[in-house]
Design a protein around this ligand. Structure first.
Ligand SMILES: Nc1ncnc2c1ncn2[C@@H]1O[C@H](COP(=O)(O)OP(=O)(O)OP(=O)(O)O)[C@@H](O)[C@H]1O
Length: 365
């Protein structure tokens, strides 16, 4: 097991800066996820940890050991690739044994280690099968077994589930987590899928355009996004530009030009003094936090609109409420049966609860 410490990492490919000034400390035994849209620098960062790329600037350390320019085979990391990178015409045994043969381990020991790891990934009965004759999920398990068999200090997973269908993806999420907990291995997982990141990780780093915007536990990232990019990328949110008006006891008042209304926010954590008029500010309120009712609602932040769309997903019902020509607010409620569904065109009241609004700055380049 090992910690991974990245300090002031920058990676340039010619004119393209793939990663800019990245600092990260990944703890021993942690399941840590790099999350972000395509091209944001997740894979480049993972490859610098694996040693396939060297950083242009900055340091990579495992525990206290400087690994910045150490060759990949000398790092003791196990990597699982998006396309598995297996040898299709070799058997499961041969694929998993490959890394051990390179390390010149005795035949008896190889047999034992491969047998053990295949039991762990529940593939022992397929040991002699050619990889090309396995399903996608089984191939993914072979790739995992091959990474784990060398007993790596760090497990690196690059979008390992993106080629699987939705049901199998969910199954493999649980499987990967089970193995990670059993081995207690420091794991870095790359994905652009927020549900995967939220359900699997101890902590998540959210990337955009070569920069890491926030590091935190899934609940911190979801409940307290640091800016508009993180709020939009993780889950769904209603985001409206606002400007600061005044403080009132434990409340702050903002103004939203899009709705031409004042918005009361309870105990905003935003340090207003550090923002100028040029800085963009937004109020973010999650759809599940918005109250919706055909009856009158008491308190601040109550607005009227009309239902423009109802989407049924099985467990939840999303009701979109048109406030004016520019603004539609999304609300989400658990499915409480057909009598609670609203018809399009119904006049409703919605409320943004004061303690569920987060005022956040716009992303800075
Ligand atoms: N070998 C390379 N040569 C030149 N540019 C590269 C190279 N590898 C990555 N880049 C560029 O660096 C940026 C970050 O790429 P990276 O693959 O790290 O992103 P990513 O977040 O992993 O995206 P994806 O999810 O699509 O794999 C992109 O603009 C990409 O085009």
């Amino acid at each position: 097991m090992s910690t991974v410490n990245l300090s002031e990492i920058t990676k340039r490919f010619g004119d393209v800066t793939a990663v800019k000034g990245l600092d990260l400390l990944i703890k021993e035994g942690e399941f840590f996820t790099f999350l972000g849209p395509s091209g944001c620098g997740k894979t480049t960062t993972l490859r610098m940890i694996a040693g396939f790329y060297y950083p242009t600037e900055g340091k990579v350390k495992f525990n206290d050991k400087d690994m910045t320019r150490v060759a990949p085979e000398k790092r003791n990391t196990g990597m699982v690739f998006q396309n598995y990178a297996l040898f299709p015409h070799m058997t499961v045994f041969e694929n998993v044994a490959f890394g051990l043969k390179v390390r010149k381990i005795s035949k008896t020991e190889i047999k034992k280690k491969v047998g053990d790891v295949l039991k762990k990934v529940r593939l022992d009965q397929y040991i002699g099968r050619q990889v090309s004759q396995l399903s996608g999920g089984q191939q993914q398990r072979v790739a995992l077994a091959r990474a784990l068999v060398i007993e790596p200090d760090i497990l690196l997973l690059d979008e390992p589930l993106s080629n699987l269908d939705a049901k199998l993806r969910e199954e493999m999420r649980t499987e990967i987590l089970r193995l990670q907990r059993e081995y207690g291995i420091t794991t870095i997982y790359v994905t652009h899928d927020q549900v995967e990141a939220l359900t699997m990780s101890d902590r998540i780093a959210v990337f955009n355009i070569g920069k890491c915007h926030q590091v935190g536990t899934p609940t911190e990232i979801y409940n307290k996004p640091v800016n508009d990019f993180v709020a939009k990328f993780i889950g769904e949110t209603n985001l409206l530009p606002v400007s600061f008006k005044e403080h009132k006891d434990t409340k702050s008042v903002f103004y939203t030009p899009d709705m031409d209304q004042s918005i009361f926010v309870h105990n905003t954590e935003l340090n207003i003094a550090s923002y100028t008029n040029e800085d963009k500010l937004y109020m973010s309120v999650r759809p599940e936090a918005v109250k919706i009712d055909t009856n009158k609602l008491d308190g601040n932040n109550v607005f009227t609109g009309s239902v423009s769309l109802v989407q049924f997903t099985g467990e939840a019902v999303h009701t979109y409420v048109k406030m004016n020509d520019q603004i539609t607010i999304k609300t989400t409620n658990l499915n409480k049966g057909p009598s609670t569904y609203l018809n399009e065109g119904t006049e409703v009241n919605i409320q943004f609860p004061e303690d569920q609004i987060r005022v956040i700055p716009g992303e800075k380049g």
